[in-house]
Design a protein around this ligand. Structure first.
Ligand SMILES: Cc1cc2nc3c(=O)[nH]c(=O)nc-3n(C[C@H](O)[C@H](O)[C@H](O)COP(=O)(O)O)c2cc1C
Length: 229
């Protein structure tokens, strides 16, 4: 039987508001049947002309371990980033204010002082180990794709993260996982014409990890949305 509309709205509201970036995980992997289910659910995402341009590589087990070691080593050695898509920044005005607020919340939760450059670097480098998540999904695009197909991948990613939330699985989208695209391609055996947009760390949340106490705010819609009549 179909759910009542009010129950649907409530369920979606709960999913949207309980999904948040998780940056500390338990080591237990997500069972294969659950992986199949969440990626199948996410594939319902809309896309321009229904081309479904996302190419998704999910790493687990030995592949995930190898990749986290390689990416972390590259970042630790100060290797220059080699992203397939240019990194954004610095952010101007209000966008910068929002960025700083989110970073402050993470530093405060994890006891990192903003002045402590080494601690900040260590905090950032946790990205390259997928925050110790048992899995990382890499969202890639074929080389013919443009910005519209990147938008499609964003829709896919949010659908995926909501499906994960519904299954009690935590996630964190990570632009940082695109910094060393050639290393990722080599580890997963992807051809050079597959371009890496971002990664998503996921697994069961370690509720005791201090990073997971962070709750970010959102700008009031008056600042982002105009209704024209
Ligand atoms: C495409 C994308 C890339 C992101 N990259 C990173 C990242 O590299 N590292 C990280 O810790 N968080 C990353 N985030 C998470 C954002 O910081 C987070 O979504 C934002 O602060 C809002 O917080 P919330 O996800 O907890 O609601 C990324 C989010 C998105 C959508």
């Amino acid at each position: 039987m179909l759910m009542q509309r009010s129950d649907l709205i409530d369920s979606l509201d709960v999913l949207l508001s309980t999904r948040r970036s998780v940056r500390g995980f338990k080591p237990e992997p997500v069972p294969p049947d659950v992986l199949q289910r969440i990626f199948t659910m996410a594939a319902r995402a809309p896309s321009n002309c229904n081309v479904q341009p996302w190419v998704v590589h999910v790493t687990s087990g030995a592949t995930a371990e190898l990749l986290r070691d390689r990416l972390h080593a590259a970042a630790g050695e100060g290797l220059s980033a080699q992203p397939d898509f240019p990194l954004t920044g610095p952010y101007p005005g209000a966008y910068r204010v929002r960025q700083v607020e989110a970073a402050r919340a993470l530093f405060a939760a994890t006891g990192v002082s903003r002045e402590d450059v080494a601690a900040r670097a260590r905090s950032f480098q946790r990205n390259f180990r997928f925050f110790e998540a048992p899995h990382a999904a890499f969202i890639m695009l074929p080389d013919w794709a443009e910005i519209r197909e990147a938008v499609d991948c964003g829709l896919f990613a949010q659908s995926l993260m909501l499906a994960m939330t519904a299954h009690g699985i935590g996630s964190c989208a990570q632009g940082a996982l695109s910094h060393y695209a050639p290393i990722v391609r080599e580890a997963i055996g992807a051809p050079p014409n597959l371009r890496l947009l971002f990664g998503i760390a996921f697994g069961y949340e370690d509720a005791d990890h201090p990073a997971n106490s962070v709750r970010t705010s959102r700008a009031a819609i008056e600042h982002t949305t105009q209704f024209h009549t």
